[in-house]
Ligand binder design. Structure first.
Ligand code: CA
Ligand code: CA
Length: 275
């Protein structure tokens, strides 16, 4: 019996979305992150690191965050999934004793209404992020993304985008010993400091996603309420080209891409029916 047209169309769109998501994660992996958590789990307490570098730095879903919510590519149903945090006590804890001499922090962020100011997104700490912390992405009290790093002095740079609720952003922060800091939002450089940084703080033993942290400048920051996806930590400075490429790949497929993928899927369907 022939499938109803609408069902075939839905299946082809799902196939297209899946194919696009596959392009995204393959591209990130090719850039050799140390940690890459897709946050695709649908149950359990382990957030699996799929980046081979340094072994598996698996994360722990702490206090039962909501798994399986819609992730990137954005705006496409049946695409990738993500984790939703409640803004009070839920985090993802990633134990990793390696203290990098350079870093790039990359994540997709969608804030709940009421969580667009004064929130922590990712921070490196020794366990008490209100005591000692660095290598941080957060949202300021006035609603901009901010990168904070400790090298013996407090260093921070602040983006220009004002975070809107229920809106996806691709946020990347980079830093390197003896160099500068760069903050990108949706593939574009929004803030930069040429440095030079001294030695990046080496006292950390873990990363926390969506956690509160101390102030350092204008905080303190509270737990993030909203959705996080595709978190990657690199031990080097990503190029502006790589960052822009990741952003483009995380967007919904272009209509032309969808059509091509759907046609490919249709061909597959026909071949299967002939078999
Ligand atoms: Ca995901
Ligand atoms: Ca790894």
């Amino acid at each position: 019996m022939a499938k109803p047209l609408v069902s075939v169309t839905l299946a082809l769109l799902a196939l297209a979305a899946t194919a696009h998501a596959g392009v995204y994660d393959a591209n990130v992996l090719a850039d050799n992150p140390r940690i890459y958590q897709r946050l695709n789990e649908l149950s359990g307490t382990t957030a699996f690191d799929i980046a081979p570098l340094g072994g598996a730095q698996n994360g722990i879903y702490t206090n039962g965050p909501t798994l399986g919510v819609a992730g990137i590519p954005i705006g496409v149903f049946l695409g990738d999934t993500a984790v939703r945090l409640n803004g009070t006590n839920q985090t993802v804890q990633i134990l990793d004793s390696f203290n990098p001499t350079a870093y790039s922090l990359e994540m997709w962020v969608k804030a709940d209404a009421g969580s667009t100011t004064g929130r922590g997104l990712i921070v490196r700490t020794a366990g008490d992020p209100n005591g000692t912390w660095s290598h941080e992405l957060r949202i300021t009290n006035t609603g901009q993304f901010q990168q904070y790093t400790y090298d013996g002095s407090l260093r921070w740079i602040t983006g220009t985008t004002v975070v809107q609720p229920d809106t996806w952003y691709d946020v990347v922060a980079t830093a390197i010993n003896g160099g500068g800091m760069n903050l990108y939002v949706n593939g574009a450089l929004e803030a930069t400091w040429p440095g030079p940084l001294g030695t990046l703080w080496t006292g950390g033993n873990q990363w926390l996603l969506g956690s509160h942290s101390g102030d350092g400048n204008g905080g303190p920051y509270t737990n993030f309420a909203g959705t996080l996806d595709e978190v990657a930590v690199y031990d080097y400075v990503l190029s502006p080209q790589d960052i822009a490429e990741h952003y483009q790949l995380g967007l919904a497929p272009e209509p032309a891409t969808l059509t091509l993928l759907a046609l490919g899927g249709l061909g597959l369907l026909r071949r299967r029916r002939k078999a």
